[in-house]
Ligand binder design. Structure first.
Ligand code: IPD
Length: 276
């Protein structure tokens, strides 16, 4: 049996350290490189922070496994096993970081038996530490989080993102979903530029839901626990069960809001995170 409190304490400590590195890097020149597309950005700080987190976890938990955004980009397999696994996004909101748009998070999920047991999201420019443990609630800087109780979609704010895929067919589908949702109408559509912070906004009760097609497991592993521990629900965009590797998610305050969104989202599939 893993000591989840030890895992949580270490994740919080290393996320804070990573946040310092990110804040300091904001005052330097940021050398920007690209990954899967011209708008899929990465910086040396993403790589440095991921190494910092992995090294520090390895020292404390030498048998644990890792899935890290930049390690996968460098060619490591993205396979979720039953073993204790740290699922890391060193900078969620890299485009925000590059532009100094003030929402940037370090996202750390910890899973066993393919179930997320601990989630830590440090919104490092706001200095907000979000934490969740399965069965023990979700918190921001120690204060308990609760999703909103609004189940009327017409009174809702919905978060979404456009990601970094600019294939015309994908862009058309994203606009189709957006058009449907705006026309319901909902009260607003927002996006912080980071999946993790969008999910913290759901958990905090500021917005009713977040959906996206194109995210990765490292973007939403920690956030998924944050939302359920704050009383929310997770769903695939077609209404089925959430699949951590499918790159599709609805995270909502309630089944009512999630199922209403399923009716409006134009679903499509992208290669899975665990595709060979
Ligand atoms: C991205 C952000 C963005 C979302 C993308 C993610 P990254 O993560 O969460 O909001 O739209 O799908 O990949 O690349 O900044 O870690």
């Amino acid at each position: 049996m893993a000591d989840f409190q030890r895992v949580m304490d270490h994740a919080v400590a290393v996320a804070r350290k990573a946040g310092e590195v990110v804040r300091e890097a904001l005052s330097d020149d940021r050398k920007v490189m690209t990954k899967s597309s011209a708008v899929d950005l990465v910086t040396q700080t993403d790589q440095k922070v991921e190494q910092l987190i992995i090294q520090s976890v390895k020292e404390k938990f030498p048998k644990h496994r890792f899935i890290g955004e930049e390690s996968v980009a460098a060619g490591e397999a993205c396979i979720l096993t039953d073993d204790p696994t740290w699922i890391i996004d060193p900078i969620d909101g890299t485009t925000n970081f590059v532009h100094a748009f003030p929402f940037v998070a370090i996202s750390i999920g910890f899973s066993i038996n393919k179930q997320v047991e601990v989630g830590v999201i440090y919104s490092c420019l706001e200095d907000k530490m979000f934490t969740a443990r399965r069965g023990k609630g979700a918190f921001c800087n120690g204060e308990p989080l609760q999703v909103s109780d609004q189940t009327d979609i017409h009174q809702a704010i919905i978060c979404t993102e456009f990601g970094s895929n600019r294939d015309p067919e994908v862009v058309d589908k994203m606009f189709c979903s957006l058009r449907n949702i705006l026309s319901l109408p909902v009260q607003g559509v927002r996006g912080a530029g980071t999946a993790a912070i969008n999910m913290c906004l759901v958990a905090s009760g500021c917005v009713e839901a977040y959906y996206e097609i194109g995210v990765h497991v490292w973007d939403f592993a920690a956030g998924s626990l944050m939302v359920t521990e704050a009383g929310g629900v997770l769903m695939d965009v077609d209404g089925g069960e959430l699949d951590l590797m499918s790159r599709r998610i609805i995270a909502a305050n309630s089944r009512t809001i999630a199922e209403r969104l399923v009716k409006e989202i134009a679903p499509f599939r992208l290669p899975r995170d665990d595709a060979p």
